[in-house]
Design a protein around this ligand. Sequence first.
Ligand code: NAP
Length: 497
Amino acid sequence: MTKQKRMPSIVIIGAGMTGILMTIKLREAGYTDLTVLEKSDKVGGTWRENTYPGVACDVPAHMYTYSFEPNPEWSHRFAYGSEIQEYFERVARKYGVTSSVRFNESVTSAIYDEGKWTVTTSKDDTMVVDFVINCTGILHHPAFPDIKGIEQFEGDSFHTANWDHSVDLKGKRVGIIGNGSTASQVIPEVAKEAGTFSVFQRTPQWYFPLPNTNTSERAKKAFRRNPNKLHRLRKAYLFGFSHFITKAVTGHKVQNFLFSAISKLYLRFAVKDPDLRDKLTPRYKVGCKRIIVSTLFYKAMQRPNVKLVTEGIEEITTNGIRTKDGVEHELDAMIISTGFNPTAFMRPMNMKGKNARSIDDAWENKILTYRSLFMPGFPNNFLMLGPNTPIGNYSVIAMSEVQCGYVLKMLDHWRNERFDEIDVSEKTAKRFLQYIREGMKNTVWLGGCNSWYLDKDGDPILWPYTWEKWVKEMAEPNLADFELSSFSKENKLEDAA
Ligand code: NAP
């Protein structure tokens, strides 16, 4: 008699881009015992949360789509945030994800013991499941700067991740702290409205001039008629980005030369005033920090109402920002665009793995994973888009799809074979870290800058090799890399037989 395949119970945490994908793909593969928990009242994750003016994806829209759900309607080369949010809402509805998500219910704790996770939610529900899949995203915990006096500012103040739409910036004296990817999208929009706009820059950025062109109605019609065109376009973008931008930052000299030359020439010709240009010129290699794709930033910085402040912030006062040269810049509104904590992942949930060890304790000194997805001592738990997944300036959707394929294969092994627990040893995770460190030697992330790409020890949070290498290595799990254990009666009996 053939053995009935086991059906694992699975909790998916988060209904953003990855949670939607995971739910669709698990269902397609025949998994029925799924619970999707979402802390908010809508799907969409980062695109639901980030609503600042100018919010857009700097990865081309046709590349930033699920491979199975092309979208002929994208209005521009780089889609705006609201369009992306609509896309995720539409896909989630179409595949019946929305109706099954438990909204406004966050996971407060997840505790592991012998092949099972006990998951408790903010609505005091508790469930015991075989697997937890963390689809909680990477950059969602806003980082606030540790600047003296920040709490005493009496004007309007908010982080870009929590944009306060009730504040009217028209004609006001506005300041922004930070000039990263987010601020570079905000600045051109706020510059149009503000009376005066002071941009407090600590470190200049490199920009790559790819304009955000409209998609013509004719092109959209052609895409609607022939979805193959969309598939081909997606592939072409993926190919172009992986063979140009990704390679440029991971040790490929020709691509790096071209990439650097274009960015440098762009700065040279786009900014007329030599003093301003000098202040906007980074002293580190192109690509060391995330390259910003924009043709709007330099234009905005040359508007008469915009002032670049590079003297460094001394303190925040009740009226504005005092810089190190003693000047007080009076402001009505202060925008904080200082990025995110990239290693907070599934926090603040109380997650405890084997021997009741918390994730905070496990990661106190070093974040250790194996292939980004597996945390040693936290079995049957997948961390989607975990450390060393991100590939600079590439589509995280494409990355999630590859990881999703890997997770499905691991679950398939669990269903077909005689083990209940999938874990990795610290030794395996350390070996993986060593492998990541070796790759970093070739990257431009050591090119003289600070960025969220590196952790406090200088190890990369990104994947330091090419996209192709990642896809190849993620194609098939090697069970020899894992520690597999049995607890259930049936599995133990079969082991003994
Ligand atoms: P970020 O790139 O980390 O930039 C933070 C900015 O704040 C930097 O300019 C930084 O200066 C500045 N800063 C931080 N602490 C400061 C302090 N104490 N005093 C003065 N300045 C301070 O953050 P982000 O712009 O939010 O972007 C984060 C990531 O989000 C990006 O790398 C990207 O992956 C993602 N993102 C993507 C898109 C997209 O289109 N796909 C759009 C927006 C964001 P230093 O450079 O000196 O540290």
